[in-house]
Design a protein around this ligand. Sequence first.
Ligand code: GRF
Length: 203
Amino acid sequence: MDARVAVLASGVGSNLQALLDDVVVGRKVALVVSDHSDSPALERARDARVKDVFLDPGKHESRDEYDRELLELLRGEDVTHVVLAGWMRILGPEVVEAYRWRMLNIHPSLLPAFPGDNAVKAAIDYGVKVAGVTVHFVEEQVDHGPIILQESIPVLRTDDEWELRARIQELEHRIYRVAIRAMLEDRIEVFGRYVTIDEAGGW
Ligand code: GRF
């Protein structure tokens, strides 16, 4: 079956845009889901003629119930792979299990440093000299799954949170599609926490 990718995005959706613009990944994006009705990600999907769905957290009593509706939606759309792009909700074990090794997240730090929200600010406040981006598989524990790709950039003496964030986002837009292409082309192998990418398919 041809890959059908769902992108889950809560915010601005710049990563989603970079994926929609990618010649390989863009064609595989079949669904965009947001938990915010005013997320620009939904508009980006519409502009790209991709189905967009706002899944309202307010309508669900519990996270489990929300997850069940999400899973129903993904299965109903024959989604084969899931990509988190600024998705701000924790996904429960049912969703994680359903898409194990077929669901990726991107995080704006060199994990395991600075997991969770506000990673860029935390890195600046800590005074690190090197920052970066991590792409990893999604597991039950947040920001913890096996790492597929990491790239670093220097933190400049003049950087504030916003300048560093902008450079980190440029990096994100460049590397997320590389990891996603590898996943879609079955070029990733996982050995415990260790991940290899067969580069034959090209970077
Ligand atoms: C990115 O920095 C990503 O690493 C983090 O959330 C941010 C989303 O940005 N998980 P955008 O909505 O894709 O612009």
